[in-house]
Write a protein that binds this ligand. Sequence first.
Ligand SMILES: [Fe+2]
Ligand SMILES: [Fe+2]
Length: 401
Amino acid sequence: MAAEMALLKPISKFSPKLSPNPITRPGAKSFRVSMSTTSTPTKTSKKGNKKEIQETLLTPRFYTTDFDEMEQLFNTQINKNLNEAEFEALLQEFKTDYNQTHFVRNSEFKEAADKLDGPLRQIFVEFLERSCTAEFSGFLLYKELGRRLKKTNPVVAEIFSLMSRDEARHAGFLNKGLSDFNLALDLGFLTKARKYTFFKPKFIFYATYLSEKIGYWRYITIYRHLKENPEYQCYPIFKYFENWCQDENRHGDFFSALMKAQPQFLNDWKAKLWSRFFCLSVYVTMYLNDCQRTAFYEGIGLNTKEFDMHVIIETNRTTARIFPAVLDVENPEFKRKLDRMVEINQKIIAIGETDGIGFVKNLKRIPLVAALVSEILAAYLMPPIESGSVDFAEFEPQLVY
Ligand SMILES: [Fe+2]
Ligand SMILES: [Fe+2]
């Protein structure tokens, strides 16, 4: 997994906080980087030492699902749509492990990090920690799915395990990047302390598919841009994105195959509504997040909104191959709506930054939140594009539920 996914809701500004908790990782100084959007990233609970992490809906999330239902979905005795030959071929591809020797660091990293200072340095740290958390989130989910599906469907289970291998590699590489800044994410701590968002399997499919594909388009777009404009290549991690994003692309293709094997998640009006909902959720989350961090994108020579629109349009075109409906993101009205959401969101953030009583601030936020919700709803209700390529007529009679 590479991209962030969150449900839509008004946001407060993200500000990573470093708490001086010792960590055991060698090579990095004693900081625990906590993901938070509040001034108190961790707090001690009443019971004692147990720390809790506060987070908002726009921080990268950890997911869990109904593993029993997953087992049923991938039981070849129950679901005759599972194309075992296709999954076997995908497994061989994952076993080939194209990027086994790709993620090797060199001395350029530390040297580049030392040259980064001021606000750009801080924004790079934030980029690394958010990306690391998102990758690690994929690792945890895929690892558990690999474990839980072992008996029911060993082939699908092994693919999940190999995808978790990829995500662990990605997260580890980003975490080593943090060590260039004398920091490290305490992933063991995150695993235990973060809240997990529960999604039914159907929603896990939509969300992770989109997350992988949007991740692919983000990485490849940054890579191509920096290849053409090497003067902005201020930290060598971006040079690794070309092969790296192929991992994300493969992960997305695997979810595409999984969804084809579950046509009931793609072939009715509910699937169309949910598909549009998840597309909107992912696109809006990215747009609002990135527009709060324009310094990062400008720092590498990108125009944030142009970059995001390119990623959204490409992801949407890819997604249209499998989802039964997608949003009409190429309609200029869609971007206008996104831009209005950014404006409203900035006002909401500005209220949070003023001095004042919480209650009064909340009152001031109400009309803005209502305006944001109405923009989101209007974007959702724009005429969609019918899409998808699964031949449902062939599938339906074979369902054995
Ligand atoms: Fe990844
Ligand atoms: Fe991935």
